[in-house]
Write a protein that binds this ligand. Structure first.
Ligand SMILES: C[S@@+](CC[C@H](N)C(=O)[O-])C[C@H]1O[C@@H](n2cnc3c(N)ncnc32)[C@H](O)[C@@H]1O
Length: 461
């Protein structure tokens, strides 16, 4: 055991966590030593020994030092660790576990050498077994639904929510990677909660075709970010940002890719890649939105169709529609003539949706922000089915209220941020709608992120 330097601080025994598991009830900043007040007893870079309590959002666990809340990264519930303080805030601090005194049985050695305190911030959970990562994310979802969604434990138990793994394992899945470039022109990824670039020579969660590209370990024009894409259709591209045009036409194609796999060439305009999903072929802009896990698009389509159970002739809205993934899947069920409206705000998404859905005569693509399209009645009810797939900020109360007023039979909500989703659960609840089913998917193994698909139903009439 190494000595831990830094200003002296009395070792505190925080309220005991649930030793040896990540399935502890999710904690919040409000649990633990009641009545203690914030004091500036901790110092930046100070090292303290503490017992780690339950998981918290953001890849952290909760701990207490003299009654003060400390969010600890690189830790697991029940562990006894030495943690180094990284940030001080009014009412709480953040810290990294730098020395593990008593390890959880759910702890493993991170496969990536950069997944360590002070290293790359891309992965939060490399030190956690794959099974315990699913429990961790399930606990976070439960905590958000309670604290922000206003659901009771009994209501959450009734949903039987679990987070399921996708095929393919926790490494080699990420089909889109955006590297930052430091002042010396080295590509890497950002530190946790920082703009500092950590130069890396590999990213183990990246798709093998991306790992094979000579992007890392060489010099790039200063401050240009580099994006790489390996699509389900076999295309492999390297682009520099923000113009979306490659400056590396010499990047080799991964040996596993088909012979016609494309590497973008300088000056050839925004690059499109081929994808396959929902039983169709797609071309989508390399820099535009597409799910980053190769199994994600089909997994989400299956979940949405299963929950909504679309019937022939039903009308539908695909809000935040991107290239039109859910619209195409719905059209298969409701029939090519049934009315489906896609709303998407990004120009490249609108162009991709119009191109990819051109064969579906019942589909209209509206280029607008969802909030504006609903408020200005460019899209109006009644409608039978709604798919809602907003960015991380969630749909928000105004959009939810418009949806409820449109009286659909059911709403499927695809969410990449459990906190924003939980806030919208609360708004649906205020309108008398209920969250009737909820599924979680680990679309982002090794990271703190989780994807949810919820089914909302109106009050019984
Ligand atoms: C999570 S993606 C979902 C895309 C698509 N449903 C899919 O699965 O491929 C969110 C999409 O919403 C779009 N978007 C973001 N904010 C929006 C807004 N306020 N109104 C309409 N679209 C928006 C983004 O451009 C992006 O295409």
């Amino acid at each position: 055991m190494t000595a831990h330097p830094g200003p002296a601080h009395p070792v505190t025994t925080a309220p005991a966590g649930s030793a040896g598991g990540t399935t502890a009830p999710a904690g919040s900043a409000g649990s633990g030593d009641a009545g203690s007040e914030w004091r500036s007893g901790l110092e930046e870079a100070e090292r303290v020994e503490l017992t780690v309590d339950a998981v918290a959002p953001g890849g952290h666990c909760v701990a207490r030092v003299d009654g003060q809340v400390v969010f600890v990264r690189h830790a697991l519930p029940g562990e006894r660790v030495v943690a180094e303080v990284t940030e001080l805030h009014r009412g709480f601090a953040r810290a990294d576990a730098v020395e593990i005194r008593t390890a959880s049985p759910d702890r493993v050695t991170p496969p990536c050498p950069y997944a360590r305190p002070g290293g790359c911030g891309g992965c939060d959970l490399q030190h956690v077994t794959p099974a315990a990562q699913l429990d961790w994310k399930t606990a976070v979802v439960r905590e958000q639904l309670t604290r922000l969604g206003g659901l009771t434990d009994a209501e959450i138990d009734g949903l039987r929510v679990t987070v399921r793994a996708l095929p393919g394992g926790p490494l080699g899945w990420r089909s889109r990677v955006r590297y930052a470039v430091d002042a010396a022109g080295r590509a890497g990824l950002l530190k946790h909660r920082s703009h500092e670039v950590v130069p890396i020579d590999r990213c183990l969660i990246a798709h093998p075709a991306i790992q094979a590209l000579p992007v890392l370990g060489q010099r790039w024009p200063t401050a240009e970010a580099v994006a790489t894409v390996a699509s389900t259709g076999g295309d492999v591209v390297v682009t520099t940002l923000p113009d979306g045009v490659s400056t590396r036409p010499d990047a080799p194609v991964h040996p596993a890719a088909p012979p016609d796999a494309r590497v973008s060439a300088a000056g050839d305009g925004p690059v499109a890649v081929r994808e396959t999903a929902a039983g169709r072929d797609w071309t989508v802009p390399a820099g535009g939105f597409w799910q980053v896990h190769p199994a994600a698009a089909d997994t989400l389509v299956d979940a949405v169709l299963d929950l909504l159970a679309p019937q022939p002739g039903e009308s539908a809205w695909d809000l935040y529609g991107g290239a039109g993934l859910f619209a195409a899947a719905l059209a298969d069920r409701v029939g090519p003539q049934a009315r489906i409206t896609v709303v998407e705000s990004a120009a490249e998404g609108v162009a991709a949706a119009r191109r990819n859905l051109a064969d579906l005569s019942g589909v209209e693509v509206v280029a607008a922000r969802v909030e504006t399209a609903l408020a200005r009645r460019r899209v109006t009810g009644p409608v039978d089915l709604v798919v809602l797939d907003p960015p991380r900020t969630g749909a928000g109360a105004a959009v939810v209220r418009h949806l409820v007023a449109a009286t659909p039979r059911a709403v499927a909500y695809v969410a990449c941020d459990p906190a924003a989703f939980a806030r919208d659960v609360h708004t649906f609840g205020q309108a008398g709608w209920r969250l009737a089913a909820l599924r979680g998917y680990d679309l982002f193994p090794m990271t703190r992120h989780v994807e949810l698909v919820g089914l909302f139903l109106p009050p019984a009439r």
